[in-house]
Design a protein around this ligand. Sequence first.
Ligand code: UN1
Length: 528
Amino acid sequence: MTTKLATYTRIRGQDQTQYASDQPSVNPARFTDVLGTYPVTSKEGVRAACIAAQEALPQWRSTPAPLRGNLIHNLSLLVTENKATLARWLTREIGKPYAEALGSVQEVIDTCQFFVSEGRRLYGQTIPSEMADKRLFTYRRPIGVCGIITAGNFPLAVPAWYVIPALLCGNTIVWKPSEDAPILSYLFCQLIEKAGFPPGVFNLVLGDGPTTGAALVDMVPEGLIDKIGFTGSSRIGQWIGQVTGAHFQAACLELGGKNPLVVTEDANLDLAVEGALWSAFGTAGQRCTSLGVLIVQERIYEHFMERLLARVAQMVIGDPMDPTVTYGPMISQRFLHNLLTFQKTLLAPHHTVLTPTQGQISRANPWPKFQGDPDQGYFAHPVIVAGVQKSDALYREETFGPMVAAVSYTDLEEALHWANDHGYGLSSAIYTRNSAQAFYFQDHIRAGMVSINNTTSGAEAHMPFGGNGRSGNGSRQSGIWVLDQFTRWQGVNWDFSDRLQRAQIDTVYAGGDTGFRVPDCDVAALSP
Ligand code: UN1
């Protein structure tokens, strides 16, 4: 089926000038399968979407939070009902293996379920005042119009992490999804509409980052966007941080990673091999939580790598609808191109590629356990590189594909240096049976997320998700923590004394003075 998308911004008075051109969306595992075409939103269209969101804001922010939560409940039911259909479109549009696609639709449902009841909390506090006849309170207030820019690897789950809490908190949205998943984004918008969100509360703009995404960020200086949420590269995140910072805004930034996985000498090696394999090659390494640097204790390094390479050799790659595949294609040609460029530019003579193959999988450069036709998709060989040094670009650049650096270490201190020194800090993992080492690792790793005896990926929807250093600006998504991204605290003090009470000045302390005493007590004199 080929779909031609109608525009989906609910913009009043929309006209053709709001759309620049039509682009196709192609199945990355089967080029002949064109899912549909989508209209690229022009800058004028982006502006109109922001104005629509501004106009919808007053009514939406004054809708009681429990009622906003009810609409999220409707959305949760709609996504649940359409879980398999959405997952099939997801697999078709970005090539994610079907079981994983189901899991990432589930992540949307989990997020909805968490925030449905948050609509009945969204707690503020009551705080005792230092003065009589005065009450203090806090309230969470929405921020305004949020511009959300998301990546193609989790085309529903990660957007849901932003938009569900943002809507619940009373914000309106302009969403710029990845150009790699326009059809799926459009389907998601339709579900949002069917859930009953009023027109203008949620708006979609389509196109790539340098044009539509940048146009959305340009709306910050124009005063039409109050908050940006961005998932993508550290380089673009840094730029967004600068633009928003110059306008007194704090963007929610979820950026790259070079996520470390440490294997200690006493680890359960069967488990560690499986964990490293999934961390590195699950989703073809296209998670921001994918493994970047594998750090193995030197006494087990040779043995561990042998076992890992044996497992890699058994891996089935190919058709993402085939349940036996570990990973399918790269999300799009752009992702494959970037990976192949990294393999050309980051590999140096002192490196050893431990895996037998590299580059693009094709009939001419085959992967033995391939399912389907490699020449019909953007498939990449798994690559493990040894001999990496701290000064290497390979150690400092996120490759966002099935490509991993492997190093050995002598003591945990050295392992932590390998784990931290690249400057990213998103996720991390350690495989160990030694609880002292596990605690030491969690105390000293700089990452925002740590797994003990589990993979670098796989965060749950109600845990804080986010990174430090080059992985983000400390913002956290998911669970209660994301509320601080989409609300601002308002402190209220209500004086009903009917007279001027000046804080700190007219406060009546015990005894009529400050109430503080330097105790007149000579401890030595108390001694027997
Ligand atoms: C991402 O790659 O941007 O923790 C998000 C995980 C997933 C989400 C990844 N639940 O790997």
